[in-house]
Design a protein around this ligand. Structure first.
Ligand SMILES: Cc1cc2nc3c(=O)[nH]c(=O)nc-3n(C[C@H](O)[C@H](O)[C@H](O)COP(=O)(O)OP(=O)(O)OC[C@H]3O[C@@H](n4cnc5c(N)ncnc54)[C@H](O)[C@@H]3O)c2cc1C
Length: 423
């Protein structure tokens, strides 16, 4: 007999859990705080273009995503394409991302280039991450690439993405990012963007008898006598024997205050970075690159992502500029206008031929828990996904460490929780 099971959060992980539950004959009831599904992968109407609030690309190793597309009959929507990278350094856009580009890069001597290249090459070839699990990322990188390559190529990327938290990052987490990208000869995009996948998953869930309740933030998971009793939203209690939570782990203590103290403390100790991501629609292309890393003392973002150089958008040119900030950082309190003005300036600096009249539209979106800070031996700091409470499973993007947050990883994890978690 199928069961009625609550799933909290309708990002890719929650949708995948609900999809699997419906497939297995259960009735998932999905509760989502936002007015739309998708979480970090959600889309919006950008003056007539349905597009992700945050840039999304895919790698050939994203097997769970490819499997889901296959099951939904969407494989033909996935396109793989070679892309170009750049590095903005010393007021110039350098080609990047190939051995030849590294060889020609004039910001480093030959030894530094060899050390940098060797580090990337060996990280891509490496498959066993266990030896890196207890190491910190910064000393690991510095030891391999040396002082000058670290200063020129890595330092600002760490600082602009993780700020003070950079020194706490795990080497295994960083390795997994280099490994995933380095193995993918081409990058992928979905024709129609993530929206196509989110819609198809939503349709399958509802066709299978599942319910998706938007604008329904869960304020409490009711626990008594060591078991789940149900959930509360807008002051209304709904009984459930089983709950799968996919909301960011730092929110868990607020909505599950009756968990044992050591578990609450473990969640309270977790760190996340927020993002303010500016998206720009231009009349003309900024560069011919998809991804441009940035090392410039006057530009406080780690990269620019010219998304239309990955996914063709019918003569529309779209660029993302992500500002990663801890949510308690004073700059995170700045208004959207402050970030938008900065991005106008940065783009005009990188492309001096760009004029105000070339900016067709520009917006900012915020996500308070955009990037978990995964520390060494990270999994040992997390409570188990199947909590010692009957009927309660709790996870977020950090639970598939050392892999970085990703749609494919969240889909895989969501389905596994639904399948194997005793549900
Ligand atoms: C800037 C940026 C760029 C990215 N680029 C890529 C990329 O190129 N490729 C890629 O694969 N991935 C990328 N990702 C990551 C990808 O989007 C995430 O891994 C994925 O969306 C995570 O899905 P999730 O369901 O695990 O979590 P989330 O997407 O965070 O979903 C959690 C959901 O829980 C909801 N929620 C929170 N609190 C409550 C509550 N109390 N009650 C009910 N619901 C609640 C939230 O509203 C949200 O919808 C990117 C992310 C960001 C921020």
């Amino acid at each position: 007999m199928g069961e009625r099971i609550a799933v909290l959060g309708a990002g890719p992980m929650g949708l995948a859990a609900a999809y699997q539950l419906a497939k297995d004959g259960h009735t998932p009831v999905l509760f989502e705080a936002d007015s739309r599904v998708g979480g970090m992968a959600a889309t919006f109407d950008f003056s007539g273009l349905t597009i992700e609030r945050y840039y999304h690309f895919h790698c050939t190793s994203d097997l769970a995503l490819l499997q889901m597309l296959d099951e939904l009959g969407l494989t033909r929507k996935m396109h793989w394409t070679p892309t170009k990278m750049g590095y903005w350094y010393q007021n110039r856009l350098h080609p990047w991302g190939t051995p030849l580009a590294l060889f020609k890069f004039d910001g480093l001597d030959l030894i530094a280039k060899i050390r940098y290249g060797l580090h990337v090459l060996l990280a891509v070839q490496r498959t066993d991450w266990k030896a890196l699990d207890h190491l910190h990322a910064l000393p690991w990188v510095k030891r391999w690439v040396g002082k000058s390559a670290y200063q020129v190529l890595w330092k600002r990327l760490f600082e602009h993405k993780f700020h003070e938290q950079a020194k706490h990052l795990s080497a295994a987490w960083l390795w997994s990012r280099i490994h995933r990208l380095g193995r993918s000869q081409m990058l992928g995009y979905l024709d129609g963007g993530s929206d196509v996948l989110l819609r198809a998953m939503t349709a399958r869930i509802t066709a299978g008898g599942g319910i998706i309740s938007l604008k329904t933030p869960i304020s409490k998971v009711v626990i008594a006598d060591g078991a789940v009793k149900g959930v509360e939203s807008h002051g209304i209690f709904e009984p459930f024997d089983k709950v799968i939570s996919t909301i960011p782990l730092p929110f868990v203590p607020q909505i599950m205050p009756d968990l044992p103290e050591p578990i609450l403390n473990a969640y309270k100790g977790l760190k996340n970075i927020a993002v303010v991501c500016v998206i720009v629609k231009l009349k003309r292309a900024l560069t011919d690159k998809f991804w441009v890393n940035i090392n410039d003392p006057d530009i406080d973002i780690p990269a620019l992502i010219e998304y239309s150089n990955l996914r063709p958008l019918d003569d529309q040119h779209v660029v993302y500029a992500p500002f990663y900030l801890p949510s308690d950082h004073p700059q995170y309190q700045d208004s959207d206008a402050v970030f938008v003005d900065k991005v106008r300036r940065y783009l005009k600096r990188i492309c001096p031929g760009l004029h105000d009249s070339d900016f067709l539209d520009i917006r900012a979106s915020r996500y308070s828990h955009a990037q978990p800070v995964c520390t060494p031996d990270y999994l040992s700091t997390l409570p188990p996904v199947a909590l010692p409470i009957k009927g309660l499973w709790v996870a977020d993007t950090s639970c598939y460490y050392p892999a970085d947050r990703g749609m494919s990883e969240s889909i895989d994890f969501g389905r596994e929780m639904a399948r194997g978690g005793g549900v």
